[in-house]
Design a protein around this ligand. Structure first.
Ligand code: PMV
Length: 331
């Protein structure tokens, strides 16, 4: 009997220390600037895909999710079409996928979800692509997915076209044990999806200034990472988060991703730091706060966070590997 054309992939979302915001080419998702991130070990997406002659159409199932938008299904079908074209096949597929965390709350779910779909589809059709080729292919599905293919601390080189825009490793996951306490304050889907947010970036009068300053910021954070200088690293990533949200807030129309609890946590993190408990916040396109700290301070920070009302869930994460093929299929 022929071997099944089936594969399962697990991928972790990441937190960006230098954010990707604004696209130079929306169609191929070429970003306006390089970005730097780290994979999150305790959050993940898993996707199983099987291609076969018995499927007369593509079917997609999201486990544990009540609402799935048509746009999400279309993005997955576009991945399948791209991979089918590369593998020169017309076979339809069954796709089952799940996330261990809420979508659209400021944890990069499209990055982990669509990198898992891309890798599982390639493996199922026995396409053996290099990590760089996979990174480029995943980028076409979701910008941040191109970072999720790579292990550890990652830089996405914006490049100038589809062939030279991909991610590379800066440091492996075990290079530096820093923690990200992911603080979820709302489990609902954000109102402005990041695709829309990217398209509004150029309407902010500050986007040009931001882009001009990014190369120096990238250089500085890489030096801090190389030296494992947690204080300088933290100062850069926190100021970068505020810089990115300034663009969102001053876009036309403006985008305000924070909830009251988001702001409360931001203020507390700064106060605790003044008292000697060192951590720094960063926030992606949603209300979730990521508290970046050293492992020795995780328990103390968790205890202090318990005093803040409105927190739904906490997840402590360390640097993770990138997308991997696994043997535990979802069907
Ligand atoms: O991959 P997208 O389109 O969801 O972009 C998300 C961008 C940010 O999360 C805000 C920043 C980043 O670099 O992850």
């Amino acid at each position: 009997m022929a071997k099944k054309m089936k594969a399962t992939c697990k991928s972790h979302p990441d937190i960006a220390f230098i954010k990707y915001w604004g696209k130079a080419d929306p169609k191929t998702r070429i970003p306006q600037n390089n970005s730097i991130s780290m994979g999150l070990s305790n959050l993940y997406s898993v996707c199983t895909i099987e291609f076969g002659p018995s499927f007369n159409q593509d079917t997609i199932e999201f486990l544990n999710e009540k609402i799935v938008k048509e746009e999400e299904l279309q993005r997955i079908i576009m991945v399948l079409d791209r991979v089918r074209k590369l593998a020169k096949t017309n076979l339809r597929a069954k796709v089952v996928t799940k996330n261990s965390f809420p979508k659209g709350a400021g944890i990069a779910s499209s990055g982990s979800g669509l990198s898992a779909v891309t890798m599982a589809a390639c493996w199922a059709l026995r396409l053996k692509l290099s990590r760089i080729e996979l990174s480029k292919l995943a980028r076409l599905a979701s910008g941040t997915a191109c970072r999720r293919i790579i292990d550890g601390f990652v830089e996405w080189h914006k490049g100038t076209n589809s062939n030279n825009s991909y991610s590379v490793q800066l440091f492996p996951p075990d290079y530096w044990q820093i923690a990200d306490i992911v603080v979820i304050v709302a489990e609902t889907m954000k109102k402005v999806r990041s695709t829309k947010g990217h398209s509004l970036a150029d309407t902010s009068p500050f986007q040009k200034v931001r882009l001009k300053n990014i190369p120096a910021k990238i250089k500085a954070i890489k030096v801090a990472m190389k030296k494992k200088d947690f204080t300088v690293f933290g100062q850069i990533l926190e100021s970068e988060a505020l810089n990115f949200h300034t663009i969102a807030l001053t876009s036309q129309p403006p985008i305000l991703y924070w909830e009251g609890t988001t702001m409360e946590i931001m203020k507390r993190v700064q106060e605790w730091r003044d008292q000697g408990l060192e951590s720094y916040f960063t926030i992606d396109a949603g209300p979730t706060v990521h508290i970046i700290c050293q492992p020795k301070d995780v328990q103390r920070l968790k205890k202090r966070l318990k005093t803040i009302s409105g927190i739904q869930r906490l997840s402590v994460n360390y640097p993770s590997i990138g997308a991997r093929v696994i043997n535990q299929h979802l069907f």
